[in-house]
Design a protein around this ligand. Structure first.
Ligand code: AGP
Length: 606
């Protein structure tokens, strides 16, 4: 996500804002910018690259003033560049923004028809244009901001300044924003780490709050201008804790961010009433000619491909071949010119996946990337790209990228199904209704994290775990086992449950806990037989399912109930307790959860 900071007080804003940006660097970003109100106008400076690059550009410049805004950008619309960096200044209005303006294209079109010209590729730039439009029509500054905000759909946290005014306005809808209350000063920030060094007193804004700061006074209103009261809370966080939003590790923070990451990934792409999915231009060739689809990736992203395969074949009836990128690139795969090749990567910099993409392009085929980082090599060099808007994933173990990758596969499956005429508007609408429930379902699972922690603490002494699942939940347990391995260093192996009698059953005894993921779908009864076989051999079973089974419950060591959803979406829910279990075991074992030994966040070498 982008990071916003603002300062309105008696000291020089420049150094305070640069320091605040440095405290937001952990969130990941690709460019930075600053705006200072000085001698009746707002001066801005922006740089692609690091905060240090921005500082070097302004440290010898005359950037004096006691009111200012600053921003670190994590690109979602418009590749990383100086002209796409924030702040954006249009006329006498300067804006910084975090979030996604879902209806920016239609707003941009209508503003262009009003004669306005745009200089960036961002969704953000529509905001200052709208405000200037209302100013030109006679509104005052506060009213113009309010009217502009009412036109926006999607998520945003913004800071606004105007030439010649000593008023700073901020507003929040879905994206985080807080106010820091200091001695004779107010600050705004995307989260506490940015300003924890200046104050421990915060107002955590609610959706549709508008903050107006002028002359040492701060007031909050709703979008209609009515006064709103918000409590000032004191937060006793250390700087290090604050960076993780109060979570002990980035991985835990990112597990808990999954409802928001999913929401942001869906925004602007699903049209439930029309029964449609829309993507930014994918430059797809004629999809009616596709006879085979390939899905290629590494690690967790490969597990997402296995889930994508399940849902594509079940609904599109097109054969899908999945492959690990390091295998695909050396086996000279038999590709047909009309095949669709999808490459998945959180970082967009995994060497084997990039190499696989190059192999496919060499053979003259179209390549579609599913990626989390704008401007990354894979996203830049593929013919088309669909971004997961999970925000920066700092923990080495991938969590929110995985669940958002699956949601993108699900939306792409609906999109292609509609284009190929195998799914109609009702089919798509029905699927989208279930998809939209997922953030709420994940939140419900996260509320039971203490139960997972209990299971983890009671079983973290085992040296080996066996994970079992069937169908679309076989990749789920592959991913669950990988999570445990890579952060707790406990050996874990995942198997298709039906394979147990073909070998792994020899491993079962009282020292081999078994994790079983089996929602009550068509294979549940079969999997219950596998559980019985394990129990008769004194194995300890932990069953993750979507409705409590009174027959099985007394036989297993624990049953964890996951909210019900449609088959294709089960992995997005089933993986969450497995992520938590791996996290809590690693945390209690004291391993370096965010930077596990021997691992890198992005394997940019072969
Ligand atoms: C997952 O937790 C691991 N960090 C690793 O398997 C990762 O998924 C793999 O290296 C692929 O990374 P990518 O998605 O950035 O390409």
């Amino acid at each position: 996500m982008c990071g916003i900071v603002g300062y309105h007080g008696r000291e020089g804003a420049r150094d305070i804002l640069i320091d605040a940006l440095r405290r937001l660097e952990y969130r990941g970003y690709d460019s930075a910018g600053i705006a200072i109100s000085q001698d009746g106008s707002v001066k801005i400076a922006r740089k692609q690259g690091k905060v240090s690059d921005l500082w070097n550009a302004i440290c010898n410049e005359n950037f004096e003033g006691s009111m200012g805004l600053a921003h670190t950008r994590w690109a979602t619309h418009g590749v990383p560049s100086e002209r796409n960096a924030h702040p954006h200044k249009v006329g006498d209005i300067t804006v910084v923004h975090n979030g996604i303006i879902e209806n920016y294209l239609e707003l941009k079109e209508s503003l262009k028809q009003d004669g306005r010209t745009f200089v960036s590729d961002t969704d953000t730039e529509v905001i200052p244009h709208l405000i200037v439009n209302y100013l030109d029509k006679g509104s005052d500054f506060e009213e113009a901001v309010r009217l502009a905000l009412k036109r926006l759909k999607g998520s945003y946290a913004i800071g606004v300044m105007r030439d010649g005014s000593d008023t700073m306005i901020a507003a929040k809808k879905e994206s985080p924003l807080l106010v820091g209350v200091g001695k004779d000063e107010f600050m705004i920030a995307s989260d506490a780490p940015a300003i924890i060094n200046r104050t421990n007193s915060f107002i955590f804004l609610e959706d549709n709050d508008i903050v107006i700061i002028t002359n040492g006074e701060m007031r909050i209103t709703d979008f209609d201008g009515a006064a709103v009261n918000r409590e000032i809370k004191t937060v006793q966080w250390t700087g290090a804790m604050a960076e993780k939003g109060g979570y002990r590790h980035f991985m835990l923070k990112e597990i808990f961010e999954q409802p928001r990451a999913l929401t942001e990934t869906l925004i602007g792409r699903i049209r439930e009433e029309e029964g449609d999915v829309v993507f930014e231009d994918l430059n797809l060739p004629d999809v009616s000619k596709i006879r085979k689809i390939w899905m290629v990736a590494c690690g967790t992203s490969y597990h997402a491909c296995l889930i994508g395969k399940n849902m594509f074949e079940a609904n599109l009836r097109i054969p899908v071949e999945t492959d690990i990128a390091s295998e695909f690139r050396y086996r000279d795969p038999i590709l047909d010119k009309d095949d669709l090749v999808i490459l998945v990567s959180q970082s967009g910099e995994t060497a084997d996946t990039i190499a696989a993409m190059k192999e496919v392009k060499k053979k003259g085929l179209y390549t579609l990337a599913i990626c989390n980082v704008l401007g990354s090599t894979l996203s830049r060099d593929s013919h088309g790209v669909i971004y997961t808007h999970a925000g920066p994933e700092i923990g080495v173990a991938s969590t929110k990228a995985f669940t958002t990758q699956i949601s993108v596969f699900f939306m792409l499956m609906l999109y292609l199904g509609k284009l190929r005429g195998v799914l109609d508007g009702d089919d798509v609408r029905r699927h989208l209704t279930e998809l939209k429930k997922l953030p709420h379902h994940i939140t419900a699972i996260l509320k039971s994290s203490a139960a997972i922690e209990e299971i983890a603490q009671a079983n973290m002494h085992y040296g080996h775990f066996l994970y079992l699942g069937r169908g679309i939940n076989f990749p789920t347990v592959l991913e669950g086992a990988l999570k445990l391995k890579e952060i707790s260093y406990i050996h874990a192996e995942a198997y298709a449950a039906g394979e147990m009698k073909h070998g792994p059953i020899a491993l079962i005894d009282e020292n081999m806990p078994i994790v079983v993921v089996s929602p009550k779908d068509q294979t549940y009864k079969k999997t219950c037989s596998n559980i019985e076989e394990v129990i008769t051999r004194r194995g300890k079973v932990f069953l993750f399912t979507d409705s409590f089974d009174h027959d099985m419950a007394p036989k297993v060591n624990a049953v964890f109930v996951i909210p019900e959803t449609i088959y294709e979406l089960q992995p997005i829910l089933s993986i969450v307790p497995l992520q938590l279990m791996a996290y809590y075991m690693a945390n209690h074992l004291g391993t370096d959860v965010d930077q596990p030994r021997n691992l890198a966040k992005s394997v940019t070498v072969e």
